[in-house]
Design a protein around this ligand. Structure first.
Ligand SMILES: [Zn+2]
Ligand SMILES: [Zn+2]
Length: 87
């Protein structure tokens, strides 16, 4: 894909968003996030916790329901988007 001719001049606040963006690493597992609130939420609710959600079609596990729903939409597009909660 070619860059749009006006993107460099008009979007000065969004220049190199990926390269210059500050990352917030988790102190426990070193996984990094783009916002402080994201790493805080990860540390409190996600980090070190076993996965709670399971794909009913292939057994894939995830800590986030959204990830399983997204996984089903991509990997099992003909199936209804449901998700097993393990506990
Ligand atoms: Zn972590
Ligand atoms: Zn699956």
């Amino acid at each position: 894909m070619l860059p749009l001719p006006w993107s460099e001049e008009t979007c000065t606040s969004h220049r190199n968003p990926k390269k210059t963006r500050t990352r917030f690493p988790c102190p426990r597992c070193r996984k990094s996030y783009t916002t402080k609130s994201a790493v805080t939420a990860h540390f409190k609710y996600d980090c070190g916790k076993p996965p709670r959600f399971e794909c009913p079609y292939c057994g894939k596990l995830s800590k986030k329901k959204f990830n399983i729903q997204d996984h089903i939409r991509h990997k099992h597009p003909s199936k209804p988007v449901i998700c097993n909660t393990l506990f």
